[in-house]
Design a protein around this ligand. Structure first.
Ligand code: ADP
Ligand code: MG
Length: 224
């Protein structure tokens, strides 16, 4: 899946309160890329991620996945597109507390009325080191394990692209690093595109292409 974003601009507020959260952001992402985006709090990182993943629409600009214009889709088409093509990982793991790890992972398939692929679930659980945790409830898991369950959930519908917004923000640095290493390994093994927002430079350093964003202006860092 090739992603092409052009001149994405997003504003909030009116009159004097108007702020430009994102100012003409342009970005091309190839299948299998691993991209990190860093920047201070309030710089527009989440806004960019929401636009790139079709969770939100810009005031102007365009976004295409393999040449297909995303903002031209109706809300219903857009949410179907997200369910099939994109996996999300958030800072708060957003696991449902009354469901086991296994049920949480399978939730996106249930919502899409698809049958679980047990072999694939087993493979994901193995890769992510949670095979012996699948029948546990979230509160019986460590933060790192909960995030690994959330990563399995993001991958269960076999999307080509994973967007992660501060995926290690709620973890101590050791489990944060482990979670990132796993995400990277799974991404590489399965040929997924990864777009990760982080304020941790050590995590950004693991990516293939690094972007930074300041006051809504996105720039790619040229690595020497
Ligand atoms: P980051 O993720 O880098 O911390 P955000 O993308 O969340 O930054 O926010 C960028 C700017 O847009 C901030 O000034 C924020 O206050 C503002 N903003 C974000 N979402 C909204 C919203 N729904 N309504 C008004 N302002 C918003
Ligand atoms: Mg944010």
């Amino acid at each position: 899946m090739k992603i092409e974003a052009k001149e994405l601009t997003k504003m909030y507020g009116e009159g004097e309160n108007r702020i430009i959260a994102l100012d003409k952001a342009a970005l091309e992402i190839a299948q299998g890329d691993f991209i990190s985006i860093t920047g201070p709090s309030g710089s527009g990182k989440s806004t960019l991620l929401h636009l790139l993943s079709g969770l939100d629409r810009p005031d102007s600009g365009s976004l295409a996945y393999d040449g297909r214009e995303i903002y031209g889709l109706t809300d219903r088409e857009l949410s179907a597109f997200r369910r099939r093509c994109i996996g999300f990982v958030f800072q708060q793991f957003h696991l449902l507390p009354v469901l086991t790890a296994r049920e949480n992972i399978l939730m996106p398939l249930l919502l899409d009325k698809k049958q679980p692929d047990e072999a694939y679930l087993g493979q994901l659980a193995e890769l992510l080191g949670i095979a012996d945790r699948l029948n546990h409830l979230p509160h019986e898991l460590s933060g790192g394990q909960q995030q690994r369950v959330a990563i399995a959930r993001a991958l269960i519908a076999k999307p080509e692209v994973i967007f992660a917004d501060e995926p290690t923000g709620n973890l101590d640095s050791k489990s944060g690093r482990e979670v990132m290493e796993l995400l990277k390994t799974v991404g590489e093994k399965m040929g997924k595109t990864l777009v990760i927002i982080t304020h941790d430079n050590r995590i950004a350093a693991m990516s293939k292409r690094r972007f930074s964003i300041v006051d809504g202006i996105l720039t790619e860092e040229v690595l020497g």
